[in-house]
Write a protein that binds this ligand. Structure first.
Ligand SMILES: Nc1ncnc2c1ncn2[C@@H]1O[C@H](COP(=O)(O)OP(=O)(O)OP(=O)(O)O)[C@@H](O)[C@H]1O
Length: 365
């Protein structure tokens, strides 16, 4: 068993949402440190665990044979005591039971599965829930932005297969992810120059709705991109209608991503909602992309917080230029520093920041 000294965290600090919980648990698994978290999602109404958070906790507990207490819906306190017994199974399933985000189930489990002291086979995740949920990365963001970032900068390449898309309120999506193991520490990242935008890609989609909705989102997004003066070599945004056999329920949305000469990928996205003009949805996504390009940083406002745990685990000094620091990022830095030996320094200047991290050089024991 792991050491008995429990680290207590206040889940209402800063952003005080589900991400604090996921980062804390992933680090607890990797570092075999028992933790207790109170005031979970203390800044959300209502506070406490929702389906997605509880499913993520159970998945992390299964990955490291942890003792998990308090993992009930609405619970505002949990205790998590990881075991250091070697993992036997490398096949895991999790189901948010609702349209809770599959991407956020990946957010808690991916760091836990990356490292292995022995060159064993890959880990396999089968995740059920919502593929395109609000206030979470859409699955297209994971495919086209997050995983390519992880591969390019940290050198391992999880493979993802979207078997079925699932939308609010039923969920029912299914995504398979294969995570190849790495033995050594992850490399540090230096990402200060972005380079010019080479191309913008996108996917404007509908499920169970007329294709004209996807076309309207696409047209409005293109219009905003043209007028905002984004200088891209080419723009290729596809409008698609999901085949009924490829999805559960109905939904719509758009994900745009810009690829730059220096290999950065910057996104903007939006989800369709009942009663909202599809044109406004397309405009929102394009404005988000334009604003993420305008600050000149090398990652968008969402990758900013999602990269923090990986920078902390990496060996040596990372430096990444970003836009204005988000509250999610400040929260990820706070929780990471509570649990790991990594140290962060943020230099803010005008509309941009340099996030510097002295990583802990994590290797599994
Ligand atoms: N549009 C988006 N594109 C990519 N990533 C996103 C997007 N919106 C949110 N995220 C990411 O999803 C995560 C959301 O964390 P947050 O704590 O808000 O979520 P949560 O678990 O749903 O909990 P809560 O309901 O408490 O907000 C963050 O890592 C954030 O960067």
């Amino acid at each position: 068993m792991s050491s008995t000294e429990v680290i207590r965290l206040d889940g209402s600090v800063l952003e005080g949402g589900g991400q604090l919980l996921r980062v804390a648990i992933a680090l607890s698994v990797l570092l075999a440190k028992p933790i207790a978290i109170d005031n979970i999602r203390g800044n959300r109404k209502p506070p406490g665990l929702k389906h997605q958070h509880a499913a993520g906790l159970r998945l992390a507990a299964e990955i490291c044979s942890a003792q998990l207490d308090g993992c009930e819906l609405g619970s505002t306190s949990i205790a998590f005591r990881p075991s250091v017994e070697p993992q036997i199974s490398r096949h895991y399933k999790a189901d948010s039971g609702t349209a809770g985000s599959i991407a956020l189930l990946l957010q808690i489990s991916l760091p836990c599965l990356v490292f292995s002291p022995t060159p064993i086979a890959s880990s396999n995740l089968i995740l059920h829930g919502g593929t395109n949920a609000i206030q979470a990365p859409q699955i297209d963001y994971i495919q086209h932005v997050f995983l390519p970032f992880i591969h390019k900068h940290f050198g391992f390449e999880p493979r993802i297969k979207v078997v079925k898309r699932g939308y609010f309120p039923k969920g029912g999506g299914e995504v398979h992810i294969e995570v190849p193991p790495v033995r050594g520490p992850l490399p540090a990242v230096t990402l200060i120059e972005r380079g010019k935008v080479k191309a913008i890609y996108g996917r404007s989609y509908v499920a169970g709705l007329p294709k004209s909705v996807a076309e309207a989102m696409r047209a409005a997004a293109m219009d905003v991109l043209m007028k905002s003066g984004v200088d891209a070599g080419s723009i290729d945004v596809k409008a698609v209608r999901e085949k009924p056999s490829d999805c559960v329920g109905s939904g719509s949305g758009i994900v745009l991503w810009a690829e730059t000469e220096d290999g950065c990928i910057i996104a903007g996205s939006a989800l369709g909602r009942k009663g909202v003009d599809p044109g406004c949805v397309g405009q929102d996504a394009a404005r988000e992309l334009a604003s993420n390009l305008a600050h000149g940083g090398c990652v968008d406002e969402y990758m900013q917080d999602q990269m923090i745990i990986f920078l902390a685990l990496a060996q040596g000094k990372s430096r990444v230029k970003t836009g204005p620091l988000t509250l999610h990022t400040r929260t990820a830095i706070w929780v990471t520093e509570q649990l790991s030996g990594a140290k962060f320094y943020v230099e803010e200047s005008g509309n941009s920041c340099i996030i510097e991290c002295e990583g802990m050089g994590y290797t599994p024991s």
